[in-house]
Structure formats: C-alpha cells, structure tokens
Design a protein around this ligand. Structure first.
Ligand SMILES: Nc1ncnc2c1ncn2[C@@H]1O[C@H](COP(=O)(O)OP(=O)(O)OP(=O)(O)O)[C@@H](O)[C@H]1O
Ligand SMILES: [Mg+2]
Length: 253
C-alpha cells in the first residue's frame, strides 16, 4: 500500500504547491485524484515519484510510505525501482524512435529479457491498435495512439503502482472511454494499482473505486466513486453542473 500523509510541497523555497494532502492507494485499486487547474494534482504525483526535486521543489512536511517504509527522501530512480511508475502530464513519446523501440525503453531497467517479450505481447493485447504501428516513428502516431503507447511503455516497467497524470488530455471522448476501460482491465488482470489525476471527472469515476478532491493544495473531500458523483461534490468542489458540464463561478453563487 502507498500512503501520502499530510504533505506540504514547496517550489523554489517560497511558492506553495501543496499545503496538506493525504491519500491512500491500496493494492489493485483505481483511485481518482480530482480538482481544478492548479489545485495540486500534478504536484501530488511528482511528490510520490520523487520528481518534485527535478523542478526545484521539495516536501517541507508530512511523509510518503510504501508498505510502511518511507520513500519521500529517495531519489526518483530508487522509487521507480520499487515499482512506482509515473506517466507524466502531456504525452511524451520519443518521436524519432519506433513504437516498438519506445515500448522497449520501458524495459530499460529490467534484467529478465524473457519476461519482457511476454509483457510486450501483453501490451499489444491490451492495445490492439499498436501491433500494426510497431515500426512507425512514434512522432507520427495520433494523440490517442501516443497515449496508449506511453501507458504501454509504463506497463513494461512492471509497475505495482501507476501514477497517471491526465491520461484523457486532448483526446476525443470515444478514445478516452476506450483508454479508461483498458486501464480498468489492466488493474484487474495484473493487480496494478492506479492513481489517476484527472479533470475529466465523469470518465475517471467510471472506473475508480475511490476518489480524492483537491482544492488549493489540500484534500478537501474524499469518498467512494458513487458518493463523489453526488451533487454537493459536483457543484462545490469540481465546478460541475447537473449534466456534468462546467458551470461558471457566477452560476455557483
Ligand atoms: N515548477 C513549479 N514552480 C513553481 N510553482 C509551480 C511549479 N509547478 C506547479 N507550480 C504551482 O503549484 C500549484 C499546483 O500546480 P499543479 O501543477 O500541481 O496543479 P494541477 O492540479 O496539476 O493543475 P492542472 O489541472 O492545470 O494540471 C500551482 O499553483 C502551480 O502554479
Ligand atoms: Mg496537472
């Protein structure tokens, strides 16, 4: 289990990224991390994976534990080796490498070559569009195909915990539904736990077991997915109207 306990994250010694965030990610679960722009979703994921430091940030309070052991002072590569894989916001393929070469980059740290072939087949099974694109330069793939590719590359690290930052960003509704349903299958079949930061509340709550809502760097509300779809949360924390569409601040008042 992965636990985040009351963390405060600061950037450059002064700018606050988070003031008080706590959450839990249990084995084999999908957890949604919701909140408006700037509420601290990405900073929370970066705190867990150790990437905060690469942006001149640090934790000034709280702790992060993996199976009861603190990981918040470890370097990002140590955290990755413990099975925590962070898929960053905005799709980041290696554009000049082929689809297959991109996937293999995910297996870079692994010694078990035999299992890598097997996992590669697994990725191609989850994402049936990818085999035909095996030799194509990743930079030429569509946005949806690139997002599938980065998730596939993450799977090749054999993660126990996958931190996904806005996997729906810039994608058409049909593709979003497809990707989320594949994520749910991955979680079920390989017992990988997913922490999914999303603006697309409706899509992620379809597959999540539990969710947290961040507001100004704090965990403001949490609950089972069904509960989070309720009106109170929609209106006051997520700025969503009855139909799931965005309402203006004026409408909320
Ligand atoms: N590298 C940085 N240096 C300074 N401040 C930063 C940095 N990255 C983020 N912040 C600030 O930290 C706060 C939280 O940002 P964060 O990116 O975590 O939000 P978010 O919830 O992921 O937003 P979005 O939905 O827009 O991706 C914001 O006020 C942001 O301006
Ligand atoms: Mg973000």
């Amino acid at each position: 289990m992965l636990t985040v306990n009351g963390i405060r994250a600061i950037y450059g010694g002064v700018v606050l990224g988070l003031s008080d965030v706590s959450l839990k990610l249990e084995e084999g679960k999908v957890v949604a991390l919701l909140g408006a722009n700037g509420s601290g979703k990405s900073t929370t994921l970066k705190s867990i994976s150790g990437m905060l430091r690469t942006e001149d940030g640090k934790l000034s309070e709280g702790s992060i534990e993996l199976d009861g052991k603190r990981i918040d002072r470890l370097a990002p590569e140590r955290i990755a080796r413990l099975g925590v894989c962070h898929v960053l916001q905005g799709i980041s393929v290696f554009p000049q490498l082929s689809t297959e070469e991109n996937l293999l980059m995910g297996a870079y740290l692994r010694q078990d070559r035999k299992n890598v072939d097997q996992d590669m087949d697994g990725v191609y099974r989850y994402f049936p569009n990818l085999p035909a694109l095996r030799r194509r330069k990743a930079g030429y793939l569509s946005g949806g195909e690139q997002q599938m590719l980065v998730i596939g590359r993450a799977l090749l690290t054999r993660p126990r915990f996958m931190l996904l930052d806005e996997p729906s960003l810039g994608l058409a509704p049909g593709i979003i539904g497809e990707i989320f349903s594949i994520l749910k299958t991955i979680c079920r079949e390989s017992n990988t736990s997913l922490l999914v930061a999303e603006q697309n509340t409706a899509a992620v709550l379809e597959i999540a077991d539990y969710g947290y809502v961040l507001q100004n760097g704090r965990t403001a509300y949490e609950g089972k997915s069904g509960q989070l779809e309720g009106d109170r949360v929609k209106k006051f924390y997520l700025g969503l109207g009855e139909s799931g569409t965005f309402i203006s601040y004026h409408d909320k008042a």
